[in-house]
Design a protein around this ligand. Structure first.
Ligand code: TZP
Ligand code: MG
Length: 231
């Protein structure tokens, strides 16, 4: 699967295997339900602490599913796992492997996304060749307690403006942190800068903890599509 230019980042599902979020459900079943709903366009498998062999096995199961639905699978942090299973790429944070090192290991065609909480981090990631940016944290969320910076939609907008001004208008962006079906439309419109808007929203609990992950993902996709229609 080719990298960022052909990837649809509209509804980007990030997984979480903690019991509080997954509520005793089986992660592949939840991911499959969200894919079957037709709303999810990217899946990121995020398991920071699991034993490597279990993470590799789960990554293979999720990749079999995402391939069936034609959706890219990215692995959070663990570049070696992405290399081993041959999925479409990785997502790395500011404290993870350097982008250049990840690019060496993955080769030129894989997606490498980077988290950015400030203009400086966003511009550096783009200069280093990030395939897309995950911007946030938008709102405080119990799903990630160590969030160093809550930037709100206005912080996202400032980063999008800076990207445009620096010539990175074509780097895709999603925002993350506390985004759900009740606030997604407002987040998308309030985050939009005059020349650059978000390409999508990244969500964890809004889909993973939902009674009906397929219906929620479809609703979210509708909101993203409507936000992209010019006034
Ligand atoms: N990075 C910033 S916030 C976050 C991550 C991985 C978690 C977002 O979870 P939720 O449940 O969508 O608020
Ligand atoms: Mg990380």
């Amino acid at each position: 699967m080719p990298p960022s230019t052909t990837t649809d980042y509209s509804v980007y599902l990030v997984t979480d295997s903690t019991p509080a979020i997954l509520r005793d459900k089986d992660l592949p079943a939840v991911v499959e339900a969200s894919l079957r709903g037709g709303g999810v366009t990217v899946v990121q498998y995020r398991d920071k602490n699991g034993p490597r062999d279990e993470v590799v096995a789960m990554a293979r199961r999720l990749h079999a599913l995402t391939r069936r639905y034609g959706v890219p699978l990215l692995i959070n942090d663990r570049v070696d796992v992405a290399v081993e299973i041959g999925c479409e790429g990785v997502h790395i944070g500011q404290d993870d492997m350097a982008l250049q090192q990840a690019r060496k290991l993955l080769g030129p065609d894989k997606i490498i996304g980077v988290t950015a909480s400030s203009k400086d981090e966003a511009l550096k990631a783009c200069a280093a060749g990030a395939s897309y940016l995950g911007i946030g944290t938008v709102y405080a969320t119990s799903t990630k307690k160590d969030t160093k910076s809550i930037i709100g939609p206005s912080g996202v907008r400032e980063i999008l403006s800076a990207l445009y001004s620096a010539g990175y208008s074509s780097t895709p962006t999603v925002c993350i942190g506390g985004v759900n079906a009740s606030n997604a439309s407002a987040v998308l419109s309030q985050s939009a800068s005059p020349h650059k808007s978000l390409d999508g929203i990244a969500v964890v609990s809004a889909i993973i903890a939902a009674e009906d992950p397929g219906a929620v993902s479809r609703d979210l996709l509708g909101m993203v599509i409507r936000a992209k229609i010019p006034d």
